[in-house]
Design a protein around this ligand. Sequence first.
Ligand code: ACO
Length: 378
Amino acid sequence: MTNQAKFLTPALAVAPPAPGLDDVIAAETMLSFVDGEAGRLVVRGHELAEIAGQGYEAVLALLWRDLAPGTMDRNALRAALGEARVRVHQQLLPLLPATDGLSQVEALRLLLSALGDEESSPHHVVAVAAVAVFTAAIARRRAGAPPVAPDAALSLSADLLRMLHGTPAAREKIDALDAYLVTVADHGLNASTFTARVITSTRAGLFSSVVGGLCALKGPLHGGAPGPVLDMLDAIGEESRIRPWIVDALARGERLMGFGHRIYRVRDPRADVLKAVVSNLRENAARIRFAEKVESEALALLARKKPLRPLQTNVEFYTALVLEAVGFPRESFTNVFAVGRMAGWTAHVLEQEKTGRLIRPQSSYVGPMPEAAAARQA
Ligand code: ACO
């Protein structure tokens, strides 16, 4: 190495990680395990398919068990969440007009930011209640309707649909939303969960951590994809256009929304759970048949275009169909995702708080050193 080269880049003790940190293990967790090669998701010792039908409160109880102070069973949790929804509605919804002009996810970001760290109730319970109340109220305001007060006696899924539509939802729709929220509740160290853990490690508090998580979720490469999945289905329009539309999109270098995943090299197991959920919603049969045709054509064309990079259906593809079927406007899909993922964010925050260690990785400096300029002048 010449003297000048030595000054340009400081010696590295280890090779720098890949740009997306794919191979870096940045935390230990007992919350969930994603096996990308086998297409498997385990949540605290349970296969996803095993817990998908048990309800959102049950998965919250599972994720928070032994981590949250005053651990509750699903029934106690249901009551605590109901009370927290009523309180959030009374205290924070007066801020709703301030969200006018923002996208729905930006509106949620603003309202969640208003949660005060002095709030005395358990913050993890309030965070879950708040994201549900805000999601419904924001969607209604964009449709020109006033917010609907929560019903503390209902499950979170039943109340979320009731607060959205203004009338009680059908059982099959409540069950579909419940299964969706469980399906996306936690998923290893994804970008938003990692963000929440980093913020927690600075002791900024749970509300700040989950607002950070939401900011990371907002992007189309993470939680912002399901709305665009429906845009894609609408743009394709009819069966005869499926193949030419996808061929053109890929030729333009576009990404097909709802396909590909950083971890899964086989089909995302959550897509299967949600496909079964949406198939049970009878009124949607034609839409689902069309989506299935788009899916199989997309998979065939992606395999042809990227033979060395397995690109399979991800959770967002069938998420779009479930959320459309239960009546959410597509602009609110990311917020509904945040309702589900709030379970994981809060559990990871509680788990991270137990380690107490500030997350502070190192970077490898590849810029010039002052000595290099001096060497050049010499
Ligand atoms: N459509 C077309 N091409 C794709 C797609 C796609 N959906 N996904 C990846 N590719 C291509 C890339 O263009 C890239 O090609 P190149 O090597 O010629 O540049 C190659 O496959 C590898 O892609 P990467 O960017 O390395 O894959 P990465 O692991 O970073 O991306 C991601 C994963 C972001 C999910 C990607 O597949 C994508 O953008 N999908 C579409 C958006 C989407 O569905 N997001 C939701 C993800 S699920 C979730 O977060 C809950």
